[in-house]
Design a binder for this molecule. Structure first.
Ligand code: PLP
Length: 338
């Protein structure tokens, strides 16, 4: 099987498994797990923030960030395809009691943000937070330019708002731009990033920000049931994810580009090459008179797993467990089917 459904399917490397077996551990709810503490120190330093906190999942880290940044009844500005709004099971309403104010663009600027804000008036909710997603999942792994993040950071400051970045795949963004994750994070208050996607750890996400923010997020994590005990076993893989696996993502990006260019050449499949910036390829199959669902079934019979993400859109995600040869074989199989 060639599995191009998501980078979440990556399995831990033998080095990770060895580090997990040997990890020094303690009770992390007491703050006594040395490996978790090391992962948190490494993360805070790398992102240029004061503190970091280890979470079981990206969803929990994002939702803890919302709990820490907002109060019930607040409004949160984010885009209509943002994972926090679209894919987190309504958690922002359920847990933080906040309401979304949606912008119809994955990457937006000061103007769109300011249009979403309301004047101070008893009729309107209080807006307290802006969330941006980098890379943007439903937009096909597209990257926020640093200038655009800076613009949102400045505009948010002008209006007294905090900025949270859902940076599940921030290392893909850093690789694409050839900058550090600290450069990307400089103008936002908090960042969530995943260890368990392209970086191949079996589980875990980090939240980074100021000491005061992480203190609040620490309490939120406890409320959400995310306090883990000997979590150093997972953190050991997380350290390798950051220090080693983040350095190989250009390979996945090159594979995505190859796949995109080859599929575009078929003529009947449409790929917007401009949006292929990292490890995802969105393919419009509408010209083939078959739905994404039909394509997905057909390819499965040929040993290729791929997810439909719209009635006529397939999403291919490259990662460490698909090789260049797998991509060439995928292209061959698709060419036979168009
Ligand atoms: C952009 C983005 N944010 C957050 C998450 C949530 O991560 P998790 O699956 O670890 O909860 C995902 C997962 O796919 C994601 O793509």
């Amino acid at each position: 099987m060639i599995d191009l459904r998501s980078d979440t399917i990556t399995v831990p490397t033998p080095e990770m498994r060895e580090a997990m077996a040997k990890a020094l551990v303690g009770d992390d709810v007491y703050g006594e797990d040395p490996t978790v503490n090391r992962l948190q120190e490494i993360s805070a330093k790398l992102f240029g923030k004061e503190a970091a906190l280890f979470f079981p999942s990206g969803t929990m880290a994002n939702q803890a960030a919302l709990l820490a940044h907002t109060e019930r009844g607040d409004e949160v500005v984010l885009d209509s395809d943002a994972h926090i709004y679209y894919y987190e099971a309504g958690a922002m309403a359920l847990l933080s009691g906040v309401q979304p104010r949606l912008i119809n663009a994955a990457i937006f600027g000061r103007e769109e943000l300011e249009q979403a804000l309301r004047p101070k008036n008893v009729h309107f909710p209080k807006t307290s937070l802006v969330c941006i997603e980098n890379t943007h999942n439903r937009a096909g792994g597209t990257v926020w330019p640093i200038k655009a993040i800076h613009e949102i950071g400045l505009a948010s400051k002008d209006h007294g708002l905090k900025v949270h970045m859902d940076g599940a795949r921030i290392f893909n963004a850093a690789t694409a731009l050839d900058v550090s994750v600290a450069d990307i994070s400089e103008h936002v208050d908090s960042v969530q990033f995943c260890l368990s996607k392209g970086l191949a750890a079996p589980a875990g996400s980090m939240l980074v920000g100021s000491k005061e923010f992480i203190q609040k997020a620490y309490r939120a994590r406890k409320v959400l049931g995310g306090g883990m005990r000997q979590a150093g076993i997972l953190a050991a893989a997380g350290i390798i994810a950051i220090e080693k696996m983040s350095k190989r993502l250009a390979e996945d990006h090159a594979n995505a580009r190859l796949l995109a260019e080859e599929l575009e050449e078929t003529g009947s499949l449409e790929v917007n090459l401009e949006t292929v910036q990292t490890n995802m390829v969105m393919v419009d199959v509408s010209k083939t008179n078959r739905t994404g669902e039909q394509w997905s079934k057909e390819l499965l019979a040929k040993g290729i797993k791929v997810n439909p993400v719209g009635p006529y859109v397939l999403r291919f995600v490259t990662h460490k467990d698909v090789s260049r040869e797998d991509i060439i074989n995928t292209v061959r199989a698709i060419r036979e089917s168009v």
